[in-house]
Design a protein around this ligand. Structure first.
Ligand code: LMR
Length: 325
């Protein structure tokens, strides 16, 4: 019988689709690392629903959240090897898209939408395409905030010697080094425990990931900094993609386009709603950076731009900056 998401033991995938009652169905296994009730979790399910509806159940997308199949350090290999057909890792976990971690690159949600759904987004997706990977879309989880166990991180100096969990991105690592912090790259599914054991003092993430993984139990101080974004490249195994009929490819692309539009709105809303919930819960205290305080961060982090221009070229950075203007 069909395995439900919460029943799937780690690394156990219902590969025997026939046994799973899915004979004559085309099955797409979609693995991700965050909770179901997040912008990515909901978008994955929305995509599954649209595809199921458009194909009257002939194509079935099974979504596995919470790293039940693969952690973020494993999922890229898994999709390349065809062990799952789809993943949606954050930009920070894909060298080619790390430049989207540049601080204060995105002005606001409208700018983000212009980049993700416009020509710059296409350019970015092309960078990820390979023999093994067919990139389908860019999804959003909105803007990141920084949190700490015992204080608000406000001035660049406040970061000195603080052990900050980061995603495995050299560009984010450089940013924290410029602030004098000690960046600690960790898989997403290790963050809660590392906060609990105080192996790390703070972290950066969206309100949505902070809320859904209950980091607020351990991180009591949030600075609303909106200094960077968290986004995803939705990727499919290339051999699987190439075996699809062109009609099925068109159906999946249309479903993806609809999902992406929805996701970008949804990410914004979810972060806002969950921020309000955190505020009323009294679990966390908040500090919102002023324009002048942000300017100090910008100055302290300036060095990361010259490095990115060397590594990625200034053209693509300019294209992103100018999108939607
Ligand atoms: C993280 O590692 O913090 C995020 O990339 C997790 C995610 O997929 O949103």
């Amino acid at each position: 019988l069909l395995l439900f998401q919460s029943d799937v033991a780690k690394n156990e995938i219902p590969f025997d689709d026939e046994q799973a009652g899915l004979k004559n169905q085309l099955v797409i296994h979609f693995s991700h690392v965050v909770a179901e009730n997040t912008p990515k979790g909901l978008a994955a399910q929305k995509f599954a629903d649209i595809v199921e509806q458009k194909t009257e159940g002939r194509i079935k997308v099974l979504v596995y959240p919470n790293s039940v199949l693969f952690s973020d350090s494993e999922e890229l290999n898994a999709v390349q090897a065809g062990e799952v057909q789809m993943i949606a890792p954050s930009f920070s976990k894909l060298g080619q898209l790390e430049l989207l971690d540049l601080p204060f690159l995105f002005r606001d949600d409208d700018h983000l939408r212009s980049v993700f759904t416009g020509p710059a987004g296409k350019n970015l997706l092309n960078r990820v395409q390979s023999q093994d990977l067919k990139p389908l879309a860019l999804w959003s989880n909105g803007f990141k905030q920084v949190t700490h166990r015992e204080k608000h991180l406000v001035a660049p100096n406040d970061f000195k010697n603080e052990r900050m969990r980061i995603q495995p991105s050299s560009l984010i690592e450089q940013q924290y080094e410029l602030l004098g912090a000690k960046p600690v790259p960790l898989s997403f599914n290790d963050v809660y425990q590392s906060l609990e054991s105080q192996q790390i003092d703070g972290q950066e993430n969206t309100v949505s990931n902070f809320y859904s993984k209950r980091f607020y139990k351990l991180q009591k101080f949030m600075t609303i900094s909106n200094h960077g974004i968290l986004g995803y490249a939705v990727l499919m195994n290339m051999a699987f993609w190439e075996k699809l009929s062109s009609d099925d490819q068109a159906i999946l692309l249309a479903a993806m386009e609809e999902t992406t539009k929805w996701n970008i709105e949804q990410a914004k809303k979810m972060n806002e709603i969950q921020l309000e919930k955190l505020k009323t819960s009294g679990e966390v205290t908040f500090y919102e950076l002023s324009g002048a305080e942000k300017e100090k961060w910008r100055k302290a982090l300036k060095g990361v731009y010259s490095k990115a221009e060397q590594d990625y070229g200034s053209e693509i950075i300019k294209e992103i900056r100018n999108a939607g203007k």
